[in-house]
Design a binder for this molecule. Structure first.
Ligand code: DX5
Ligand code: ZN
Length: 220
């Protein structure tokens, strides 16, 4: 199996020191920086948005993986691209015209991702899978860091892997929520390509060392 990409979530970083938080990740095992946008509508919490992404982007070395937990994401795609997003992931549950939104993201030159809430079955992506660069499987209900991993995710990742293979899709499978070294190995076995980790990384004594440990333990 391939070593997964690691995407620490800045939602768990120190917001008073985003420059140093971003800079210390520059030479870490992080492959992407995960950036969680919440609007207080799609999810019951508000995080940060476009100007904060712009500020992080100025100090970031890695690509920024923007996870839009917002309603009407189509209205903000260009602004997030201009602010430094490499990957733009929208929620399936927030898009009536998902096909159009995915095409818009690609026209902006970003990688197109679709996120699924824990209750949303993977088969809803059957007719769009081939167009996607990324499928983000929520392994907690979106809105908050530090929640407990939902075990059904493992079954879901395996089903998604099968769906992607069957549709000839090259999309990466990304897991977000409650990821720790206790479940990361099983997730990779099931087919995960990218692991997001917020509290596991930033609540540890040394986030850079924790990322190195993840990299080391997950490299078969
Ligand atoms: C939750 C966010 C996650 C969050 C993960 O709504 O999408 O990216 O930051 O945090 P942990 O790893 O603490 O569950
Ligand atoms: Zn996220």
């Amino acid at each position: 199996r391939m070593a997964p990409l690691l995407a620490p979530s800045l939602l768990a970083a120190d917001f008073g020191n985003l420059q140093s938080e971003t800079e210390r990740l520059a030479d870490s095992a992080a492959d992407w920086l995960h950036f969680d946008v919440m609007d207080g509508r799609f999810v019951p919490n508000i995080s940060f948005g476009i100007p904060v992404l712009q500020a992080v982007h100025r100090h970031a070395k890695q690509p920024i993986d923007v996870h839009l937990m917002i309603e009407e994401p189509q209205n903000y795609l260009a602004a997030f691209r201009d602010a430094g997003a490499t990957n733009l992931t929208v929620h399936y549950e927030a898009c009536t015209h998902l096909h159009r939104v995915v095409q818009q993201i690609k026209q902006l030159g970003c990688r197109a991702g679709v996120a699924l809430n824990p209750h949303t079955p993977v088969w809803v992506l059957e007719d769009i899978a081939a167009d996607l660069d990324l499928v983000l499987v929520m392994s907690v209900n979106p809105g908050f860091g530090g929640q407990t991993f939902i075990p059904n995710t493992l079954r879901k990742v395996a089903a998604l892997k099968e769906l992607l293979v069957d549709s000839g899709s090259q999309a990466l499978i990304e897991i977000d929520g409650g990821v720790t070294l206790d479940n990361a190995g099983a997730l990779v076995e099931a087919g995960a390509d990218v692991l997001v980790a917020g509290s596991f990384v930033f609540n540890s004594a040394d986030p850079v060392a924790t990322l190195a440990e993840m990299r080391q333990q997950l490299t078969a």
